[in-house]
Design a protein around this ligand. Structure first.
Ligand SMILES: C[S@@+](CC[C@H](N)C(=O)[O-])C[C@H]1O[C@@H](n2cnc3c(N)ncnc32)[C@H](O)[C@@H]1O
Ligand code: SF4
Length: 436
C-alpha cells in the first residue's frame, strides 16, 4: 500500500518537474567557476534495438555515425570555448563503442581540453574484444560498464539480445576475461522482467557472485508508457507488484560481499580502488552532449535535440544543439538534491543547509517527516542514512524519475502526440509503433 502511495506521488511530481519549456532556444548557463562538473556524452547508435529499452537509440549506420562523432567533437570545443571545466566523463548510449576509434578521438580531445580524472564508458558484450579493450585502456577509461541484463538464455531470446550479444554462458566468460583490465568493471543487470521468476534471478545472482564482479548495477525494469504497451506483444506485461520481493532477494544475496554505492548499485567490499558510481550520484551538475542528452547545470535542466540530422547540422553551423530547458525554482533544486543525495544512500544535512542558506529543512520538512514516519532514515551525525525500507522507496522514486525522463524522450522524438507526455489513446499505438 505504502509503496503504491510513494509511486503515485513520485509519478505526479516528476511529470510536473519535467515539463520543459519549448519554442524558445535555450541558453547555456555560464559556468566558468571551478566547481567539478561531469561531461555526459550520449552515443545513440545500437546494432540491435532491444524491446524493453526507452533510451534515445537508433539503428547503427556507419556513415551517419562517423558524421555524428565529428559533430560531437565540435560540441566539445564549444563548451571549452565557453569556459566550461569538467573533472570526469561518462559515455552512455546507445552503444558508445560502435566505432571505437571515433570514440577514442572524442576522449582524446576531451582530455586535451579539460583536466579529466575519470572516464566511464558503457558497452555491450559483443564489443569485449582484446583490440577494443586495448583502445579503451589507452584512452584512459577507468570504468567499463557492460550491459548483461540476465544470463538466462530464454529471457535473453525474449528481450532480443541472444542473437546479437550472445548466450548467458558466453557473456559470463567474456566478463571473466576482462576482469582486472580497468579500475572497475560493472555489470548492468535488470530485474522484474515479465516472466522472470525468483529462481531465474537467483541463478543470475549466483553467476555474478561466482565471477566476483567488482560492481553490479541492478536496475528495476523501467519503461516509458509507450514501451510498456509495446512490450506486451513481445516480452509480456510488466507487473510492478513483484518488484519489492525480487529486490529483497538481490539485497539478501549481495549484502555480505558488496556495499551500496547507490540504492541499486553494489560495489565489492575491499575493492582495489574507490569505484566510480553512477554520475548523478557523484556530481551535483553535469552537461549533456550528444543528440538527446539531458544535462543539469546551475539549476537548469537542458536537453539537446533528439533529431540526429538536426544535431549534426546545427554543429556544422557552429551552433549548440540545445532544444528544450526547464529552470528549477529553489524548492525544485532542493528536492532534486534531496532525491539524488539519498539515492547514494546517505545525505549530509548540514552541508545542504549551508548550500541553501539555512532553507533546506524549512522547505522540505513535510517530505522529511513523511519519510521518517515511514521508517526510511537513520541519523548518524552528520549523515542521514537510508534504512532497508528507505532504500526500496528510493528504488521506486528513481524508477518513476527515469520513467518520466523516458516519457519525455518519447515526446521529444515525436513518438507521442503533442500534449500527451505519458498518456495517449490506445488507438494511436499502431501509428506510434511505425514512428518508434
Ligand atoms: C541504456 S544501456 C546503454 C549501454 C548498452 N547499450 C547496454 O545495453 O548495456 C545501459 C543500461 O541501461 C539499462 N536499461 C536499458 N533499458 C532499461 C529499462 N527499460 N529498464 C531498466 N534498465 C534499463 C540496461 O541495464 C543497460 O545495460
Ligand atoms: S539496451 Fe543498450 S543495446 Fe539495447 S537498445 Fe538500449 S541502448 Fe541499445
Amino acid at each position: 500500500m505504502i509503496n503504491q502511495i510513494v509511486t503515485k506521488i513520485a509519478k505526479r511530481q516528476f511529470a510536473r518537474a519535467l515539463k520543459f519549456e519549448e519554442g524558445i532556444e535555450p541558453e547555456l548557463p555560464s559556468c566558468a567557476d571551478e566547481k567539478p562538473r561531469l561531461l555526459y556524452i550520449h552515443i545513440p547508435f545500437c546494432e540491435e534495438l532491444c524491446a524493453y529499452c526507452s533510451f534515445h537509440r537508433v539503428r547503427f549506420e556507419e556513415e551517419l555515425t562517423r558524421k555524428y562523432f565529428g559533430a560531437l567533437r565540435r560540441e566539445i570545443t564549444l563548451y571549452r570555448d565557453r569556459g566550461y571545466k569538467f573533472g570526469g566523463i561518462y559515455v552512455g548510449g546507445g552503444t558508445p563503442t560502435v566505432l571505437v576509434e571515433e570514440l577514442a578521438e572524442v576522449l582524446a580531445l576531451a582530455r586535451k581540453s579539460f583536466a579529466i580524472k575519470e572516464i566511464s564508458v558503457e558497452t555491450n558484450p559483443n564489443h569485449l574484444t582484446g583490440r577494443n579493450m586495448e583502445i579503451l585502456r589507452q584512452s584512459g577509461v577507468n570504468r567499463l560498464s557492460v550491459g548483461v541484463q540476465t544470463f538466462n538464455d530464454d529471457l535473453l531470446k525474449k528481450i532480443g539480445r541472444y542473437e546479437k550479444y550472445g548466450a548467458g554462458d558466453d557473456v559470463a566468460q567474456k566478463l571473466k576475461q576482462i576482469m582486472g583490465l580497468f579500475d572497475t568493471v560493472n555489470a548492468d543487470m535488470i530485474f522484474n522482467f515479465p516472466g522472470q521468476t525468483q529462481q531465474m534471478l537467483g541463478d543470475d545472482l549466483a553467476v555474478l557472485l561466482k565471477l566476483r564482479m567488482e560492481q553490479i548495477t541492478f536496475y528495476p525494469l523501467m519503461t516509458s508508457t509507450i514501451t510498456q504497451r509495446l512490450m506486451e506483444d513481445t516480452v509480456g506485461k510488466v507487473n510492478f507488484n513483484r518488484e519489492h520481493k525480487l529486490f529483497k532477494l538481490i539485497v539478501r544475496k549481495l549484502e555480505s560481499d558488496y556495499e551500496s554505492s547507490s540504492a541499486w548499485c553494489f560495489s565489492r567490499k575491499n575493492g582495489r580502488q574507490t569505484l566510480i558510481d553512477e554520475y548523478v550520484v557523484d556530481y551535483d551538475e553535469y552537461a549533456g552532449l550528444g543528440s538527446g542528452a539531458i544535462g543539469y547545470l546551475a539549476g537548469v535542466c537542458l536537453a539537446n535535440t533528439f533529431d540526429i540530422n538536426e544535431y549534426i547540422a546545427r554543429l556544422e553551423q557552429g551552433r549548440l544543439p540545445l532544444t528544450a530547458s526547464r529552470k528549477f525554482n529553489l524548492r525544485d533544486q532542493m528536492s532534486y538534491d534531496f532525491m539524488m543525495k539519498l539515492f547514494a544512500t546517505k545525505m549530509d544535512v548540514a552541508s545542504l543547509e549551508q548550500k541553501y542558506g539555512g532553507k533546506f529543512l524549512k522547505s522540505l520538512w513535510k517530505e522529511m517527516i513523511a519519510f521518517i514516519l515511514a521508517g526510511s532514515f537513520r541519523y548518524f551525525p552528520p549523515d542521514l542514512y537510508l534504512t532497508p525500507r528507505g532504500r526500496y522507496f528510493w528504488v521506486i522514486m528513481m524508477r518513476e524519475f527515469f520513467i518520466a525522463v523516458n516519457n519525455f524522450r518519447d515526446y521529444c522524438r515525436g513518438v507521442l502526440p503533442k500534449g500527451a507526455v505519458g498518456s495517449f489513446p490506445i488507438e494511436d499505438i499502431p501509428r506510434i509503433k511505425e514512428r518508434i
